[in-house]
Structure formats: C-alpha cells, structure tokens
Design a protein around this ligand. Sequence first.
Ligand SMILES: C[S@@+](CC[C@H](N)C(=O)[O-])C[C@H]1O[C@@H](n2cnc3c(N)ncnc32)[C@H](O)[C@@H]1O
Length: 230
Amino acid sequence: MNDKPRFIELPAAPLNGSPVPELTSIHAANRRGPYGRRHYRGNCGGYLIRDLLRYYRPQRVLDPMTGSGTCRDVCRELDIPCVTMDIRRGQDAADPDSYAQLAPVDFVWMHPPYWRMIRYNDDPRCLSKAPSLEAFLTRMQLVLRLCRSVLKPDGKIAVLIGGYSDRGRYQPLPQLLVERAIRERLWPAATEIIRLQYGNTSSSKRYRSSFIPGLHDTCLVFEAVENVPL
Ligand SMILES: C[S@@+](CC[C@H](N)C(=O)[O-])C[C@H]1O[C@@H](n2cnc3c(N)ncnc32)[C@H](O)[C@@H]1O
C-alpha cells in the first residue's frame, strides 16, 4: 500500500502577538512575487523579505549584495528607504570604504553567494571567487562586522544562505556562518527560518549519482550583543 503523503501541511503555530503570524520557522511561498528578476542566478523570491520587514518594521534597510534588487523592490512596496550595494557595480561589501558615508540602518538583508556554487563574476573581491572555504568565511565575517558597525542598537541582520555539495564534500554554510557571526558578537535573534526552494534550476535536472537532495536554504537573523551569552 502506498500511503506516502504527496503534500505536506505545516504544523499549527501557537497564537502569539506577532504582527505577521504566518511568519514561522518554515517559509513555504511557492511564488516569487513581483520583486527582483527571476532569471538572476541564485535569486530568491520576495515574500520572506516582505514578511521579515513587516515583522521587524525597520525605518531604513541595507542590502549589501543586491543582485537584481529583490529586497529593494520589496522595500519600495512597503515604502522603506533601502540602500544597496553590489560588487557588479564596483561596491565591495567587505570594504570599510563602502560603509563610510552610510547613515545607520535598522535592518540588513544579506543574500550572499553560497560560496562558489554559482560564479557571479571575475572580480577577485566577489565572494563567489573565494579560493577556499576559509577565505569565504573570513570575508563573510568581515561583511558581518561592517554591517554591525552601521546597525542601530535594536537592529537586525538577516542572512539567507544554504549548504551545498562542493566537489563531493557537503558544505554546511549556515552552520559555519553562525559560528562566525557569534565571533562578531552577533547572536541569533530568533529561530532559523527554513525557506523551501521552489523552482530551483537543479530540481528539473537528472543525476546519475545518489544523494539526498536539499530543497531549502536557511535564513538566520542576528542582533548585536555586548557580551556573547556563552
Ligand atoms: C545570491 S546573489 C543575490 C541575489 C539578490 N538577492 C537578488 O535579488 O537578485 C549574490 C550577490 O552577491 C554579490 N556579491 C558577491 N560578492 C560581493 C561583494 N564582495 N560585495 C558586494 N556584493 C557581492 C553578487 O554580485 C551577487 O549579485
């Protein structure tokens, strides 16, 4: 008898005072919304960003790796000023000079390359060109430090990132990044959010090898703390 369920129903979430009760530790929007460009490689939809902005209600947002501008478009809809950078425009999120003229922000949306899963360009400063995992994490740690330096006291930094298999070795990027964030005195402000990935390029491919397919990436939300509570 085949009694495997074809569709999953999310567990009920406890009622609470959240202004966005549908925002839980699992985000399963199967549409991307009218934000950013669908064909920009590695792009994500706008609904998770929109839910986070409706929840945290920032006055001013920074997206240091804007790509096709998904976060910028969501901010425009919600009427929130948003500052953007991207290495494609010569702005390096790991360079202190990129932050020199920035007024403080209370929310950072960061969607970095998942190391070298997708090569974005040939600029050696591009995170997707980092020659080793250590180099990628060290650069990401620097970006986190710089974002923290322009964050208002109650501000939040949200990072969307996923693990992937690189030349046969699984790279648990979200977990490794949490450890780097904690070194920068950035502590998780909430549960991690598992974002289900609909319409991934790899979903329509066929592979000869055997593996457990990853169908999600992870959104980590951090806040600055004076002392790490360890
Ligand atoms: C996953 S994509 C972001 C997609 C974006 N969320 C969108 O709406 O299309 C990662 C982006 O990081 C940018 N990037 C890589 N290294 C960077 C760096 N050092 N400074 C700024 N941007 C960088 C890439 O050019 C790419 O656009």
